[in-house]
Design a protein around this ligand. Structure first.
Ligand SMILES: C[S@@+](CC[C@H](N)C(=O)[O-])C[C@H]1O[C@@H](n2cnc3c(N)ncnc32)[C@H](O)[C@@H]1O
Length: 215
């Protein structure tokens, strides 16, 4: 289930990233602060700015989950809240929220969604059981270690049983794995799809999922 099919592919210079990588760069990226979002590309995004690219993805998410005005949806690892903003734009009246571990991202969020983003950890979502129509987590859960990923997946399942969508880093071949390992900065746990499916099973996660693959 690829809900990000309409997201433009980001440009990646893998060899440049691999050359610039060091334990210090990795440690700084993993703080998810200014360097990661808005510093040089060697530390992360190289400038994380709203450009509307999530609008078609938001439309697909709304259609997939049948979201309507008044429904609540949560984006775990929302960063500056671009998807939260676009979900509300494409589905007026939708109650979209986000959660992220980065105080920097939340303090630099889009103005329309101030107050909708929570500071927190994906391993402990501060909301009641079954309180969301859907929970989404894109390119975030691989930043946890394996046991934390299981905890976080249980949290997604707890808030929206069978109505999650999780996208994580993966690779289908040894070549893709080698390329990914050159590129990766922040991921703590990554695996082939079968390894991820084992994790989903262990967690009792019954929602949908897809992979981000460096090609
Ligand atoms: C690669 S970014 C993805 C942002 C956005 N979801 C997207 O797909 O563009 C990863 C995000 O996960 C957040 N993050 C990392 N560890 C986290 C955790 N344990 N709990 C919640 N958010 C976390 C980071 O701060 C960052 O915003």
């Amino acid at each position: 289930m690829n809900l990000l099919a309409k997201l433009p592919r980001s440009k990646r210079n893998v060899s440049q990233r691999a050359e610039a990588k060091s334990p210090d760069v990795i440690a700084a990226s993993r703080e998810f602060g200014e360097l990661y979002f808005d510093g040089p590309r060697s530390y992360g995004y190289g400038g994380y700015r709203y450009d509307g690219r999530w609008i078609p993805v938001a439309e697909d998410i709304v259609a997939h989950f049948g979201l309507r005005a008044g429904d609540r949806v949560l984006d775990v690892g929302c960063a500056k809240g671009f998807l939260v903003k676009d979900l509300m734009k494409v589905c007026p009246g939708l109650e979209a929220f986000g959660l992220d571990i980065s105080e920097y991202a939340l303090k630099h969020c889009e103005p329309e969604i101030i107050g909708r983003l929570h500071l927190g950890n994906a391993t402990s979502l501060p909301f009641p059981d079954g309180s969301f129509k859907a929970v989404i987590s894109l390119n975030t859960l691989h930043n946890l270690d394996r046991s934390e990923v299981i905890t976080a997946l249980r949290e997604v399942e707890r808030l929206a049983p069978g109505r999650g969508f999780v996208q994580v880093d993966s690779y289908r071949t040894a070549e893709e794995k080698a390329l990914f390992e050159e590129w990766v900065l922040t991921a703590n746990f990554h695996d082939f799809p079968e390894g991820w499916e084992q994790v989903f099973k262990e967690a009792g996660y019954t929602g949908d999922y897809y992979w981000t693959i460096v090609e």
